[in-house]
Design a protein. Structure first.
Length: 203
């Protein structure tokens, strides 16, 4: 083997095992999502603009049957691939979505995505476009709204290879301000890598 070929092999091997490119250890999401972190989330979400928006959609749509829900979800998915996006445009431009987008921006990288769901599990507002419109068949809704007014669900972390961060979703039930009546649910996707950095003793 000549010297040049050996150098190329060693360089390639070093790049593959370099810590810069290695996936960091999976964080302990339950130790990172402390009661204080959850309280901060609730403070931003349990506001008039969120509750008014959810109540308005609940009144407008009422309780839909599964066929109607599926039709809306299919429309959303189709619009993602189309130039014409009436449902997506209406949702992303409503006051709640504008508020959530600003909240995500103000978090300075802590929140990767935020979306609010109604009593059907359909999106009411969101900080960015989601892959689907209906969340009612997922744990984020079934383990919050379907359980109780004070339910909290912390999902398992997922590695985002493109952004090179660990992300984790925290979901909780949204209730009326003056009662425990459940009106919807919220999912806040946290940049766990950033939260871990902020939680470090010398941060």
């Amino acid at each position: 083997m000549d010297v040049l070929k050996a150098f190329v092999i060693i360089s390639a091997t070093s790049a593959m095992i370099s810590p810069v490119f290695a996936e960091p250890a999976k964080p302990n999401i339950r130790s990172l999502i402390t009661p204080s972190v959850v309280q901060d989330m609730r403070q931003w979400i349990e506001t008039d603009i969120v509750r008014i928006s959810v109540d308005a959609q609940n009144d407008r749509l009422q309780k839909l049957d599964q066929g109607e829900i599926d039709a809306l979800d299919e429309q959303w998915r189709a619009e993602r691939e189309s130039d014409d996006k009436p449902l997506i445009a209406a949702t992303l431009s409503n006051p709640l979505s504008v508020y959530l987008a600003r909240l995500q921006g103000k978090s300075l990288g802590l929140y990767a995505e935020i979306f609010v769901m109604d009593q059907n599990g359909l999106n009411v507002g969101q900080s960015s476009i989601t892959s689907d419109f209906w969340q009612g068949d997922e744990a984020k809704f079934q383990k919050t709204y379907d359980v109780s007014g004070d339910a909290l669900f912390i999902d398992e972390p997922e590695w985002d290879d493109e952004a090179r961060i660990w992300r984790g979703q925290v979901s909780f039930t949204l209730t009326e301000a003056d009662s425990d009546a459940s009106i919807g649910a919220v999912t806040m996707e946290v940049n766990l890598t950033e939260l871990q950095r902020r939680s470090a003793p010398d941060a």
